[in-house]
Write a protein that binds this ligand. Structure first.
Ligand code: CA
Length: 227
């Protein structure tokens, strides 16, 4: 079955260009020209991937993403004209799978779509059993994390990072490795993004439950040890 792509973009010219290129590649496409319509369509579950512009009328792309992630894990690639770290971090933190900065080459967008779809396919197949550390239980299949029965709310990136550290227990993972696995091999941007997510995880787990789970190995990266 053909892959269905939703393009949420108010700039008609860009939307049409992307649509034509995607159709040429065999994708089935649909468009929305404002955030509200985009959210409604994205929530319908009829699409395999969503291309989401950040600067949109009615609801901006980040707000669309925030609301969408309450009900859907559909892969989202942000299209942004802005090139600030804050937009990227908040976009990724809200659960975007990737982003492309305008103006982009269509080949780059196509490559990122393929990566996002492939990543979705592999995470659905792997990660079927629960991961346990002390009182922490993480269930990748159910996308849930609890500590001593208390639910922990994590963003997609925080969750992916935690799963990665837990499945590689006692192995120190470098920032670059973590960045590649969590953000995609072709992620271009600030490498301190990982440090930001580690900080979020520590405040949500280590500090909240008074444990020392994520250890820093200075100059190298991070590790969760069995002890
Ligand atoms: Ca726009």
């Amino acid at each position: 079955m053909a892959t269905r792509v939703l393009i949420v973009e108010d700039e008609e010219q860009i939307a049409r260009f992307v649509e034509l290129e995607l159709r040429h590649e065999g994708y089935v496409t649909d468009k929305a020209a404002d955030g509200r319509t985009g959210l409604t369509k994205a929530e319908s579950g009829e699409y395999d991937i969503v291309l989401l512009d950040i600067m949109l009328p009615e609801l901006n792309g980040l707000e669309v993403l925030r609301r969408l992630r309450k009900t859907s894990e559909v892969p989202v690639i942000l299209l942004t004209a802005r090139d600030s770290v804050m937009d990227k971090v908040s976009g990724l933190d809200l659960g975007a799978d990737d982003y492309v900065t305008k103006p982009f080459a269509i080949e780059e967008l196509l490559a990122r779509i393929r990566v996002a779809l492939k990543k979705k396919g592999t995470t659905e197949k792997d990660d079927s059993s629960k991961l346990v550390w002390h009182d922490l239980t993480v269930d990748p299949a159910a996308y849930s994390a609890t500590y001593g029965g208390t639910a922990i709310e994590l963003s997609k990136r925080e969750f992916d990072l935690l799963v990665l550290l837990l499945t590689n227990r006692n192995i120190v993972l470098g920032r670059d490795t973590l960045l590649q696995k969590v953000c995609g091999y072709d992620y271009v941007g600030e490498t301190n993004v990982i440090d930001v997510y580690i900080r979020y995880l520590r405040s949500k787990i280590d500090e909240r439950f008074g444990v020392h789970m994520i250890q820093t190995v200075r100059g190298v990266g991070y590790v969760i040890k069995d002890e």
